[in-house]
Ligand binder design. Structure first.
Ligand SMILES: *Cc1c(COP(=O)(O)O)cnc(C)c1O
Length: 427
C-alpha cells in the first residue's frame, strides 16, 4: 500500500516537537566538552544556546561529573516519602539562602513543567484552604510555562498547544508589557484581578523565553506585582529559564522590590546535567496550606544524583569566577548591540544579562513557524555554530564558560549573516 509510513525508515524514536516521520536528519553527538559538541564524523559544533537553555558551566564538566559519580556509588535513589537524604536537604537549604528572602519552603519535582504544575496546584490549594473559590489564572500573552496540561493552560495559546486547547482550564491573558504598552497592560491586569476570582498570576520575570527571548522592564513587573498584592492574587515567578544567573542576578526576581509568592526552578538548576525541578513558596503559602496534605509527588522526586549535580553546579555558580563570566558575557553582548543597530532590517533588540536576541525583518509575517527559520538554523550549523532561531528571532544564550574568542566567533557568524542579507541576497 502506498502512502503508508514505513516506521523502520525513520528510526525508533519519535522526537519532541516533531512528526513521527521526521527521524532521519538529526545530528548525532558523541561527546561534548565545554561549549563544543562533537559528532562521530568529526564535526565540532559551538553550542551557543546552552542545549535548550540548560547548560551553565560547559558540557561534561568534570567537577559535576565527579560529584554525580560519587553520589551514584553512595546512594543513587531512594523513595522520597518517609525517607530523605543529605543532597536534597543541603540543596534546599542552600537555594533558600540565595533565593528572594521571602521564600521559605522548597518542593522537589523533576522538570520545568512539573515545577509549574506544582506551583499552580499550590496556589489552588492555598485558596481551597482559605475556603475561597478562585479558579482563574492570569498570564502574559506569548508565555511558555511547559507542555503538561496545567503548564500548557497558562501558556500563551498558539502552535505549541492549540490542538489541545479544548481540554485546558481557563486562563486570562494580558498583553506583553512592552515599553509602548506598559500602562495598557497595567490597566488590563487591574480590570481582570478586581473581579476577585483570580487564583494566581504566572509570569516569566523580565524575559519571555519561547516567545522570542523578549524583555520587559522590572518597573512594569513590579507594578503588576503590586496590583496583584492589592487584590490578593498569588504571584508565581516561573524562573525555569531566568534562574541561575541568566539575567545577571542569581534570579530575575531579585531585580524587583516585590517578591513572588511562589517560584519555579529547573533547567540550569543542575548546571544542565540532570533533570530536576523545584518549586519554592513563601511563608504565607506554607502557613496557609499547613497541615493539609499536598497531593503531589513523582517517582524521581529529589533524585539524589540530580541533587548532587545541583549542589555541584551551585558550588561553581557561586564562585567569583562564574559570576565574573556572567558579567563578562553581559558586557560583550552590550558591546555587540551598536553593531546590530547598524543594520536597518534588525528590530526588537533585547538584552538582559547573558541573553541577547533580535529579530530579522524579512518583510514577511512573524512567528515561530516563520518560513526563514530553517534557513537561519542551517546557515549557522554550516559554520558549526548551534543557534536555534525562534522564527525570525535569533538569540544567543551561551554557557557561562564561553571565552571571549568563542563568543566573537558567534558574533562574527551573526555578522556574516547580516552582511550577506544587507547586500540584498536572500538565504
Ligand atoms: C523550558 C521552560 C519550561 C518547561 O520546562 P521543561 O523542563 O521543558 O518542562 C517552563 N517554563 C519556562 C519559562 C521555560 O523556559
Amino acid at each position: 500500500m502506498k502512502n503508508v509510513l514505513n516506521l523502520n525508515d525513520t528510526g525508533p524514536i519519535w522526537y519532541p516537537y516533531s512528526s513521527v516521520t521526521s527521524g532521519g536528519d538529526y545530528i548525532k553527538v558523541d561527546s561534548a566538552k565545554g561549549v563544543y559538541l562533537y559528532t562521530p564524523d568529526g564535526r565540532k559544533i559551538l553550542d551557543a544556546v546552552s542545549s535548550w537553555w540548560v547548560n551553565l558551566h560547559g558540557h561534561s564538566n568534570e567537577y559535576i561529573a565527579q560529584k554525580i559519580y560519587e553520589q551514584a556509588l553512595k546512594l543513587e535513589h531512594v523513595i522520597f516519602s518517609g525517607f530523605t537524604h543529605d543532597p536534597a536537604i543541603s540543596l534546599a537549604e542552600r537555594l533558600l539562602k540565595i533565593l528572594p528572602s521571602n521564600q521559605k519552603k522548597l518542593f522537589y519535582s523533576d522538570n520545568g513543567s512539573t515545577a509549574v504544575e506544582v506551583a499552580i496546584k499550590m496556589s489552588l490549594q492555598y485558596w481551597h484552604c482559605k475556603g475561597e473559590t478562585k479558579k482563574k489564572a492570569v498570564a502574559i500573552k506569548g508565555a511558555f510555562h511547559g507542555d503538561t496540561f496545567g503548564a500548557m493552560s497558562v501558556s500563551g495559546r498558539g502552535v505549541f498547544n492549540q490542538e489541545f486547547s479544548e481540554w485546558m482550564f481557563e486562563t486570562v491573558y494580558i498583553d506583553f508589557p512592552s515599553e509602548e504598552k506598559e500602562m495598557e497592560c497595567l490597566e488590563q491586569f487591574e480590570a481582570i484581578v478586581m473581579q476577585g476570582d483570580v487564583a494566581c498570576f504566572i509570569y516569566e520575570p523580565l524575559l519571555q523565553g519561547a516567545a522570542g527571548m523578549r524583555t520587559y522592564s522590572p518597573y512594569v513587573l513590579e507594578q503588576l506585582l503590586k496590583i496583584a498584592g492589592d487584590y490578593d492574587v498569588i504571584c508565581i515567578a516561573d524562573e525555569v529559564m531566568t534562574g541561575f544567573g541568566r539575567t545577571g542576578r542569581y534570579f530575575a526576581s531579585l531585580n524587583l522590590k516585590i517578591y513572588p509568592d511562589i517560584m519555579c526552578l529547573s533547567k540550569g538548576i543542575t548546571g544542565g546535567t540532570m533533570a530536576l525541578g523545584a518549586t519554592t513558596c513563601s511563608f504565607r503559602i506554607a502557613d496557609t496550606i499547613k497541615n493539609n496534605v499536598f497531593y503531589h509527588g513523582h517517582s524521581f522526586t529529589a533524585n539524589p544524583l540530580a541533587c548532587a549535580a545541583a549542589n555541584a553546579s551551585l558550588d561553581i555558580f557561586l564562585k567569583d569566577e562564574c559570576q565574573k563570566n556572567i558579567s563578562r558575557i553581559t558586557l560583550a553582548h552590550e558591546e555587540f548591540i551598536p553593531v546590530l543597530r547598524t543594520f536597518s532590517f534588525i528590530s526588537r533588540i533585547s538584552h538582559v544579562g547573558t541573553v541577547l536576541s533580535f529579530a530579522i525583518d524579512f518583510g514577511e509575517e512573524e512567528g515561530y513557524l516563520h518560513p526563514k527559520r530553517n534557513q537561519l538554523y542551517d546557515f549557522f550549523l554550516k559554520r558549526n555554530i548551534l543557534l536555534r532561531p525562534l522564527g525570525n528571532v535569533l538569540y544567543i544564550i551561551p554557557p557561562y564558560v564561553i571565552t571571549n574568542e568563542q563568543l566573537d566567533e558567534v558574533y562574527r557568524a551573526v555578522l556574516d549573516l547580516l552582511e550577506y542579507l544587507s547586500t540584498g541576497r536572500n538565504i
